[in-house]
Design a protein around this ligand. Structure first.
Ligand code: HEM
Length: 505
């Protein structure tokens, strides 16, 4: 419908044009749209599905029910086919045994063309993305999101949570009502910012962090439009929000913040070494900040949402946490005195299983590659010609929702990732182990480097809320997914959910 169409394009505005001017602009636009859709399948190419809408192709159908529609196309056309989506031709590779072929052909199937375009539009990172040495050094620096550095991040995160919770939240002795996504979003933004970028000096602290957070969420609300072809200038105030956030993360402003994490220190050194332009440095910090919270927030929302809807999961989790606290001699009653190591967090198999089950159900992180040159994809099921300029997509939710790998895949089962009291890591189909059955963080060279931080952070927050608070869901109606962020991580809920909390007495 026209409404769907306008929402899938974004609510943008145009400068008023005179009538003849407008008519010519519309005619040219329609011509351009039709030309983009004018493609005929060449011999050897995968089946081509263009839909009936010029330019948009099957975008609306896919957005309405991505899994249902892709499974329908898979039944009709097999494991490889090309669809027209918002002016782009995307070839889906749905057979997991062919994933390694996509990952290993770096030269023909490039990941950086796609991510460079996104970084330029969404975060205003311009020249520096083309500098291979810089990109390489930034990648090497991701080691500071693992190992010993991760232990330090965990310690600092606990400390920050203590400072954030003690003055206020832990004193909430009467029921307080809040919207769940907004509530956890705000906590995650603040604790992540403090842990990664450090503490804003007292005085202006509250104002600065809440202003940055508000701007960040307003920007993030429009993120799905940033991966479309709509120029950023047509997205209302997104450009000015982007400028404002980048400005607050420039070296000069970051220098006022104390306690940078190792990853930020190292990134800053590398950025200074290669770049002269301070705004470009701010843009890199913005991209990293976005990556560090954008997916953790909806993941935390869903974990809490399912826990509150599934008393059996809550009970199992409470037992597991009680056991750990007892065995480490920690008492719940003595204020916020928790001390946890990464090994202890790691031993909580039920907690991890709950989080992984949320990822399985709601991570739509896709692996996207750009076809750099015409290329023949030699697979076991035949050879396919891929066309220069098209995109290739691997779509993990197809495995996550395969009933032969995960029984009753639509159900939330808190213990799905537990077997004989231990973590279950291998899943099979038809008797064969499936290496690519669970891919919430992408694959290969572009796999998320922050995945350990994300899991530690969600574990810590769930543990704290379950230990120190009484929690109840108020809106009991089931909540569906909003597929606006189809390719980019954990999906948001269709609507926020009312819940209430109070500190345990
Ligand atoms: C549940 C939470 C998270 C999910 C589902 C997630 C998912 C992903 C995915 C799928 C990618 C790859 C995108 C691509 O193929 O281009 C990615 C990239 C990235 N993620 Fe995460 N992520 C999460 C949390 C985090 C956190 C907490 C951090 C940082 C502390 C982080 C830092 C990054 C960075 C820096 C990249 C870009 C890597 C590059 O330069 O290639 N992520 N994430």
């Amino acid at each position: 419908t026209a409404r769907d169409l306008s929402s899938s394009m974004g609510h943008f505005w145009l400068e008023p044009l005179s009538f003849p001017g407008l008519a010519v602009a519309v005619a040219l636009l329609l011509l351009a749209l039709c030309l983009r859709s004018w493609r005929i399948r060449r011999p050897g190419e995968p089946p081509l599905i263009k839909g009936w809408l010029p330019y948009f192709g099957v975008a609306l159908k896919l957005q309405k029910d991505p899994l249902g529609y892709l499974k329908f196309l898979q039944k009709q056309h097999g494991n490889i086919f090309t669809v027209l989506l918002g002016g782009k031709y995307v070839t889906f590779i749905l057979d997991p045994f062919q994933y390694p072929l996509v990952m290993k052909n770096h030269k023909q199937l490039s990941f950086d063309v796609f991510s460079r375009k996104l970084s330029e539009k969404a975060f205003s990172i311009k020249k520096s993305m083309k500098n291979e040495d810089l990109t390489h050094e930034l990648h090497v620096a991701y080691q500071f999101l693992q190992g010993k550095s991760l232990d330090t991040l965990l310690e600092n995160m606990l400390q920050n949570l203590k400072q954030m919770f003690e003055p206020q939240l832990l004193k909430t002795k009467n029921w307080n009502t809040a919207q769940m996504l907004t509530f956890y979003g705000s906590i995650i933004f603040e604790v992540t910012f403090r842990t990664i970028y450090g503490k804003i000096p007292a005085g202006d602290k509250k104002r600065i962090i809440s202003e940055l957070r508000d701007d960040f969420f307003k920007f993030d609300d429009k993120f799905s439009y940033l991966i479309s072809d709509i120029p950023i200038e047509l997205l209302g105030n997104v450009k000015s929000l982007q400028k404002k956030i980048i400005n607050s993360l420039r070296s000069e402003n970051l220098a006022k913040i104390q306690g940078w994490s190792e990853i930020v220190q190292r990134r800053q050194e590398i950025l200074e070494k290669y770049l002269v332009q301070d705004l470009e440095i701010g843009a890199h910090h913005f991209a990293f900040l976005w990556a560090s919270v954008a997916n953790t927030i909806p993941a935390m929302f869903w974990a809490m949402y399912y826990l509150l809807q599934h008393p059996e999961a809550m009970e199992a989790l409470r037992d597991e946490i009680d056991c750990l606290l007892k065995s480490t001699g920690q008492k719940k009653e003595s204020g916020f005195s928790l001390h946890l190591t990464r090994e202890q967090l790691d031993s909580l198999v039920c907690l991890e299983s709950i989080i992984f089950e949320v990822f399985r159900l709601h991570s739509y992180s896709s692996v996207i590659r750009f076809v750099q040159e015409d290329f023949t994809f030699n697979s076991e099921n035949g050879d396919y010609c891929l066309r220069k300029g098209d995109l290739i997509a691997i779509f993990p939710p197809m495995q996550h929702s395969d009933p032969e790998i995960f029984e009753a895949p639509e159900e939330f089962r808190f213990d799905r990732f537990i077997e004989d009291g231990k973590k279950k890591t291998i899943f099979s189909k038809g008797g064969k182990n499936q290496k690519f059955s669970f891919m919430p963080f992408g694959l290969g060279i572009t796999k998320c480097p922050g995945r350990y931080v994300a899991v530690v952070e969600i574990k810590l927050l769930l543990l704290i809320f379950v230990t120190y608070f009484d929690l109840e869901i108020i809106d009991k109606k089931p909540v569906g997914l909003d597929y606006n962020r189809l390719w980019i991580g954990i999906q948001h809920p269709e609507s926020d959910v009312l819940f209430r909390y109070k500190a345990k007495s």
